[in-house]
Design a protein. Structure first.
Ligand code: NAD
Length: 425
């Protein structure tokens, strides 16, 4: 008989590990997960912390703190980005690693979850200093990383340039080129076509799937997108191409509004010519402080950062559908209020999993020594996203649960079933 598991009380809603665990606990309880398995799944398999001495350009020696947390390798090699940011801490890395386990399991790709981070400010470092830090971090993690063990990718503060150095450093140690050890690489080093827009594309696919269930017709629907970076801009463009009227977009410079719909391609062209910022964009009405989150539209896509929808503003949200492009945009204490208001939320671990799905395709292509066309990548990732949405939707009906809890149920069940089959000591 399965043990009853109390949801973990949230002491600090801004603590990402607690926020993740509170949802995990509710799903585990609905699933009737045995306490032993619950304990296995809540603890990371491996945590490696290192101190990395790096020579700076002025000749001084600085020591950086780095971490890699492998939350789970039950479904396959672990997968997850490496963050370079002054705010990196082990609690956050642990939460993000677990998040990756659930995300990969929801979209049914054969990966476990991991995350890495180095406490540093790459914006204040030269390219040479960043390169030495990437190489030092990779050298310290040689026993953790591997195309069949643990596969890093970019995250905040890292991108294709850092992945190229990581791949090179790992390859030097092996005495051969191992491009499948890292994803998010530049195209010439084995990166995948379609990776750049993949997360935004997955947001679009899951948004359309949810709209269909809510009987919303895309060509009659209105939408706002918070954040106009990689995820937000691509999601806005692809939704507008499907006929959705994107009335408002925003970035750190403020919000841009047009009641008749913003020309997203025009806004992207402007941003690309303006150091990735919408500042000064004049083909829409500018406001420094309009709050897009409470706009009177059908669909809200938060695609900027975590904890923007909270207990303080959940009451004012008018959208019927929220599609979480960002990671953790809704704080755990706002879940109940949103559910109560009848708003449908496509949760982050489902909505933004298009990126990791195409990372998986990058790894598959590297291992095959072959390159797929952009069309093939898009077709396969659309299918992965659509099938994942349907799986989660059916679980939510079966358990009368929100899509978020249903996504956790799908993920936890898959990892738990696999663990039981594989067995333990
Ligand atoms: P990005 O840096 O490319 O873009 C972030 C955007 O948000 C920028 O336009 C920035 O100006 C804007 N922004 C920041 N603070 C804001 C605020 N207070 N109000 C309005 N806009 C604000 O980042 P990204 O890669 O698009 O990632 C966005 C989110 O999606 C993050 O939570 C990230 O973890 C998540 N995510 C990204 C990917 C990916 O493949 N890039 C995959 C999964 C999840």
């Amino acid at each position: 008989m399965a043990a009853y598991i109390e949801p973990a009380p949230i002491k600090d809603v801004k603590n990402p590990f607690e926020s993740m665990m509170s949802r995990f606990s509710v799903a585990a309880q609905i699933l009737g997960l045995e306490e032993e398995i619950y304990n296995v799944l809540k603890s990371p398999t491996k945590q490696v912390s290192v101190h990395l001495p790096v020579t700076m350009d002025d000749g001084s020696l600085k020591v950086f703190e780095g971490h890699r947390v492998v939350h789970s390798s039950i479904l396959g090699p672990s997968k997850g980005g490496v963050r370079f940011d002054p705010g990196v801490n082990i609690d956050e890395v642990k939460a993000l690693a677990a998040w990756m386990t659930w995300k990969c399991a929801v979209v049914d790709i054969p990966y476990g979850g991991a995350k890495g981070g180095v406490k540093c400010n790459p914006r204040e470092m030269s390219s040479g200093e960043v390169e030495r830090l990437v190489r030092a971090y990779t050298a310290a993690m040689l026993d953790v990383f591997g195309p069949d063990r643990d596969i890093p990718a970019p995250d905040m503060g890292t991108g294709p340039r850092e992945m190229a150095w990581m791949m090179d450093q790992y390859s030097r140690a092996q005495g051969m080129t191992v491009n499948a050890v890292v994803t998010g690489k530049p195209l010439v080093l084995g990166g995948s076509l379609g990776r750049v827009a993949a997360t935004g594309r997955g947001v679009m696919v899951s948004a359309l799937a949810a709209m269909e269930k809510l009987n919303m017709v895309p060509t009659k629907a209105t939408c706002v997108v918070q954040g106009f970076g990689n995820v937000g801009a691509n999601a806005a463009l692809l939704l507008s191409e499907r006929g959705v009227t994107v009335k408002g977009i925003s970035d750190i410079s403020g919000t841009y509004w047009n009641d008749n719909g913003i020309d997203i391609l025009d806004a992207i062209k402007y941003k690309d010519s303006n150091s990735q910022s919408l500042e000064g964009y004049s083909n829409a009405e500018y406001s420094p402080d309009r709050d897009l989150l409470v706009a009177d539209v059908d669909v809200l896509v938060p695609a900027a950062k975590e904890d923007v929808i909270t207990i303080d503003n959940a009451d004012k949200i008018k959208a019927k559908l929220i599609v979480e492009g960002a990671n953790g945009p809704t704080s755990a204490d706002a879940d109940a209020k949103i559910h109560e208001k009848g708003i449908t939320v496509v949760p982050d671990i489902l909505a933004n999993a298009g990126g990791v799905s195409v990372s998986y395709f990058e790894w598959v292509q590297n291992r095959l020594g072959y390159k797929w066309s952009a069309e093939r990548v898009q077709r396969r990732s659309d299918r992965i996203m659509k099938e994942a949405f349907d799986r989660v939707y059916h679980k939510s009906i079966e358990h009368k649960a929100s899509l978020r809890i249903a996504a956790y149920i799908v993920a936890i069940k898959k990892v738990a079933d696999t663990f039981r089959l594989r067995g333990s000591f």
